[in-house]
Design a protein around this ligand. Structure first.
Ligand SMILES: [Zn+2]
Length: 531
């Protein structure tokens, strides 16, 4: 190390200022080894970034939790975070496991550096460290009830200077709204996000995309050029005749490169948040832990397994990238490909189905059964509920499904003006099979995933036709691509289920879903006279 000649007081100052140096020079004992540089050359840059907020998009087992816990401890001990740090895990169980199996040994094995500063509080998930507190909590919100989350008791009334979201992709985005309120009394208000990615444009991927987007650039000893393995693996991975795979310089392709010879390079240095991305491409072999053989990575890319969950697991956990199967997310082009040659209509002889989603505005999709398949005739955005009354008449709507939330009063009044035609939708995750329509209550309930699957298939299987391309249709297509299906595990029960998650603005996606629900359950479809 370059600091070997430094005097004691220089080192003390450095250690007070810099959490990585502190952990390194105090020889912090981790579970299997001492806190080291070897094999983790990219870690110092992440935990000592001078930027207030940071995010870390990573493959599995890349020292994320170690690094961020060390940084939090250091912040409490040196009073960089005088009030303390709120460290969030995705579930209660992960908090308990971490406290017992990893945090407790960290305190007992490192008395000088850490243990002597810790005043025990009798609670495994709360430690007083120096003047501040380090809280380990679950970031899981107790229950999502029709989109309105109950305040999580876990997050109430704890003032802190910093919040860490460990496995951000497994937390509800609403967790953050509650967590940042815990920093209202702080002048510092630092946030740190780390996670294995899940979906593209979601969770840690979308946080990273807004950051300075640093990548690990590895220097070539021959030409002096730099290669980012995460971005240039296709050029850099080279298979020898004997099957061995080398990491080559992507510039000269004439020399092996070594992840330890890297440095962080921000692709958007002017952005406020620091963002880092490390995959198993940089996980070379170290003395205590198996590295990743680049041949394994190239095999997975060239011959992906048939099971889609294995493919997703590879991109998420090995490459540190969000991934979704083409079957589980609609593309912008796929939606535009459904455009026909007719324009947007302002009226129709019907009978039509209308889907209505409430956001800041009211988003509407109207269409009907036609000989060529399902046909959308009108897509629009409205401000006032009374405008919907005109649409009901102009399009001879015989069935309309309306989002019951967030504004139930207006939706209910609207349904009251068109009895037997307008239904308020409530999602019920336990419901299986067909929708249940309640004429008396003007409500319909359905399983959210099943209904979204059904409308997803309308586009996927080319069963629907849309008006010709225009600005509104382009906006519609953007909303349509902003949901994706992923497998989720209930942290309490371990049971798995598929869920559609939101990747961006998706009002027309839900309006389209309600339109399809109505269309599939229209009374007297083509021959209203025969009822
Ligand atoms: Zn080179």
């Amino acid at each position: 190390m370059e600091n070997q000649a430094a005097t004691h007081s220089d080192l003390d100052q450095l250690m007070a200022y810099d959490s990585w140096h502190w952990a390194y020079w105090s020889s912090i004992r981790l579970q299997k080894s001492n806190f080291a540089l070897d094999g983790f050359e990219w870690l110092p840059g992440i935990i000592r970034t001078p930027k207030r907020d940071k995010c870390y998009k990573k493959a599995s087992q890349m020292a994320g939790t170690e690094g961020f816990v060390i940084d939090s401890l250091h912040g409490c001990i040196t009073r960089k975070y005088p009030l303390g740090v709120l460290y969030l895990f995705p579930s209660k169980d992960t908090v308990t496991d971490f406290s017992a199996s990893r945090f407790k040994p960290l305190i007992t094995d490192n008395h000088e550096a850490i243990g002597q500063h810790v005043r025990d509080t009798d609670r495994s998930n709360l430690k007083q460290i120096g003047q501040g507190f380090l809280y380990f909590r679950s970031g899981a919100l107790s229950k999502i009830v029709q989109g309105q989350h109950k305040t999580s008791a876990q997050l109430v009334a704890i003032p802190v200077d910093a919040v860490v979201y460990d496995e951000w992709d497994l937390m509800s985005p609403a967790t953050r709204e509650l967590a940042v309120r815990r920093m209202e009394q702080s002048n510092i208000q630092a946030e740190a996000f780390l996670s294995n990615p899940t979906l593209p444009d979601y969770g840690i991927e979308s946080v990273y995309a807004k950051s300075d987007m640093s990548v690990w650039m590895i220097k070539c000893d021959k030409c002096g050029g730099y290669t980012c393995l995460e971005l240039e693996y296709e050029k850099a991975l080279h298979r020898l005749p004997n099957g061995k795979v080398l990491r080559l310089c992507a510039r000269c392709r004439d020399r092996e490169i070594y992840p330890r010879n890297g440095l962080w390079d921000a692709r958007h240095p002017d952005r406020a948040m620091a963002g880092f991305w490390i995959s198993h491409l940089c996980n070379y072999k170290t003395d205590f832990r198996q590295g990743t053989d680049p041949a394994h990575i190239l095999d997975m890319i060239e011959n992906p397994p048939r099971e889609s969950y294995k493919v997703t697991h590879f991109w998420n956990m090995d490459m540190g990238m969000g991934h979704v199967s083409v079957r589980d997310r609609l593309s912008y082009q796929q939606v535009l490909d459904r455009c026909g040659d007719y324009g947007m209509e302002n009226r129709d002889p019907g009978p039509c189905s209308m889907g209505v989603d409430q956001g800041n505005d009211i988003n509407v999709v109207i269409g009907k059964k036609a000989f060529a398949g399902d046909k959308v005739v009108h897509i629009g955005t409205y401000i006032d509920w009374t405008e919907l009354d005109n649409l009901m008449k102009d399009f001879k709507v015989s069935r309309c499904v309306v989002d019951a939330l967030p504004e139930t009063r207006n939706a209910r009044a609207f349904a009251g003006r068109f009895p037997g035609k307008v239904y308020l939708n409530y999602y019920n995750e336990h419901q299986k099979g067909s929708y249940s329509w309640n004429e008396k209550e003007h409500t319909v309930s359905c399983n959210r995933t099943e209904s979204l699957d059904s409308s997803h298939r309308e586009i996927m299987e080319e069963a629907v036709i849309l008006p010709k391309q225009c600005e509104v249709i382009e906006e519609f297509a953007k909303h349509m691509r902003n949901t994706a299906k992923r497998l989720e595990e209930d942290p309490e029960t371990g049971s798995q289920r598929y869920v559609y998650v939101k990747l961006g603005t998706d009002h027309f996606r839900h309006a389209f879903n309600y339109f399809v629900m109505g269309l599939q359950n229209m009374p007297n479809l083509l021959f209203p006279g025969l009822a």
